[in-house]
Design a protein around this ligand. Structure first.
Ligand SMILES: *[C@@H]1O[C@H](CO)[C@@H](O)[C@H](O)[C@H]1NC(C)=O
Ligand SMILES: *[C@@H]1O[C@H](CO)[C@@H](O)[C@H](O)[C@H]1NC(C)=O
Length: 443
């Protein structure tokens, strides 16, 4: 190992240790065995809403397994046992779930869609896990998949601990093409590839949707990307990140034989959509002078460009927004961070500043050795035992793994990958301390 790398490694380790020490110190000061010994004098009504808002944060420093915390801590001060969670699944206190839902009416849930085919089952589950680990708001998962994957997917999701399953509901759909001629569509595209284009038509009752590829990982609450919907101006109805930060060397500017959005095209691996607007809009196009509704446009558009497109539906989306640029909100690269953003040197400025918010391990990098930084993140989230302490069982091992990636260009900027995770943990930890210790100190 080079001297510089060694020094960087040592520095990282020291920082990690310092952070852990600091946090345990604060935990110690704030509330000796933090959440468990909430003063008996604290108003009891505070107990219920707190875990409801932060159901996943049993895994914080000082916190025990969530089986302890799901109950008002006063009542069962030392009841926690690691294995207790699954046994107690059926013993969910009815009031708890109700208060969680009461806080958030269904029209305020986050809707997250994914299309999982072939061998993408594990990836899909890890993506969904990252969404529930870090998010606060209740989510509805819309999972489109082949019949053969459905039972396993369903089973695994139901096996997650209670404190996590109550953060979401999931619906599993078959792959279908409800617009135009389904048989024709099936012939034209690989079955799964085009599915995302049809989501506005299939999910008729859903107002807005976050679509992600299976190889996406959330490194901060999904709530945060969902908020971008509110930033749409009156003509915008979808949001994506640029396909490349340096148009000159991006794929579209060099190779595309069809129109594409902007100077580098957009990447459809992370896509926010206001479906209500998409369903009611008329889209300009190269075929007829009047606008066309979304579902009436897809098939003719495909017919016209099928010999020129390479990436299937992403290319069609680029063509659509080339003709309708006022409809697209372009969000910065930190929301769809790919190996392209670091493998030739760091070129995503927003991620350098704010950290990676949504990681997109395309080109199969979670499963080979080409980008060990991406793989380390994937494995850290995949292997995290739900009920454990996030710092000890995810963040700390992740830092150690990163030390082995410093020989790659992506591995030289660990802080870019860790900044948001770190922030998320700190924020949740602080909330946690305030919720459980605060009442007494704030009165
Ligand atoms: C989507 O657009 C519709 C119509 O403009 C609007 O009423 C709705 O609030 C939008 N949804 C979100 C989440 O912004
Ligand atoms: C909304 O923003 C887009 C992209 O910046 C722009 O092209 C469009 O004109 C804007 N629409 C309105 C109504 O300002």
């Amino acid at each position: 190992m080079k001297l510089r790398n060694k020094a960087a490694a040592l520095l990282l380790l020291a920082l990690a240790a310092l952070l852990l020490a600091l946090l345990s110190l604060r935990a110690g000061r704030a509330a000796p065995p933090a959440p468990l010994t909430r003063p008996a004098s604290a108003p009891p009504r505070r107990a219920a809403p707190a875990p409801a808002r932060l159901p996943g944060w049993s895994a914080l420093p000082g916190a025990g397994p969530s089986a302890r915390r799901r109950r008002p801590p006063r009542l069962r001060p030392r009841a926690g046992r690691r294995g207790a969670v699954s046994l107690k699944k059926s013993a969910r206190r009815p009031g708890e779930l109700r208060s969680f839902q009461a806080e958030l009416p269904p029209e305020l849930w986050i809707h997250l869609a994914v299309v999982a085919c072939g061998n993408r089952l594990e990836e899909t589950l890890v993506m969904l896990k990252s969404a529930v680990l870090f998010s606060h708001r209740k989510m509805q998962f819309h999972i489109f998949t082949e019949e053969s994957l459905k039972p396993e997917l369903d089973k695994q999701l139901r096996q997650w601990p209670d404190s996590y399953t109550k953060k979401f509901e999931h619906r599993i759909y078959p792959i279908t093409f409800s617009a135009g001629n389904p048989q024709e569509w099936k012939k034209l595209f690989k079955p799964c590839a085009a599915q995302r284009l049809f989501l506005p038509v299939i999910l008729k009752d859903v107002d807005s949707l976050l679509y992600v590829d299976t190889d996406v990982l959330f490194l901060r609450p999904v709530d945060d990307i969902w908020k971008l919907l509110r930033q749409f101006n009156s003509t915008q109805l979808a949001a994506m990140a640029p396909e490349h930060e340096i148009p000159k060397i991006g794929w579209y500017s060099r190779f595309a034989r069809h129109p594409f959005y902007g100077s580098a095209g957009v990447n459809s691996g992370v896509m926010l959509m206001n479906l209500t607007r998409i369903r009611s809009a008329q889209f300009k196009n190269s075929m007829i002078s009047t606008g066309l509704a979304w579902e009436d446009m897809l098939y003719p558009l495909y017919q016209k460009y099928k010999n020129a497109i390479t990436w299937g539906d992403q290319d069609l989306l680029n063509i659509i927004f080339y003709f309708n640029p006022e409809c697209l909100y372009v969000f910065p690269c930190q929301w769809n961070y790919r190996p392209d953003h670091c493998m030739y040197g760091s070129n995503c400025r927003e991620a350098e500043r704010e950290g990676v918010s949504v990681l997109h391990g395309n080109r199969g990098v979670y499963h080979d050795e080409k980008q060990p930084t991406f793989k380390a993140l994937y494995e850290a989230i995949r292997d995290f035992p739900f009920q454990d302490n996030l710092f000890q069982s995810m963040y700390y091992p992740l830092q150690l793994k990163f030390l082995e990636t410093v020989h790659t260009l992506c591995g030289r900027i660990p802080q870019v990958f860790l900044k948001q995770i770190e922030k998320t943990m700190k924020r949740a930890y602080e909330k946690h301390v305030i919720i459980h210790v605060g009442p007494n100190q704030m009165h």
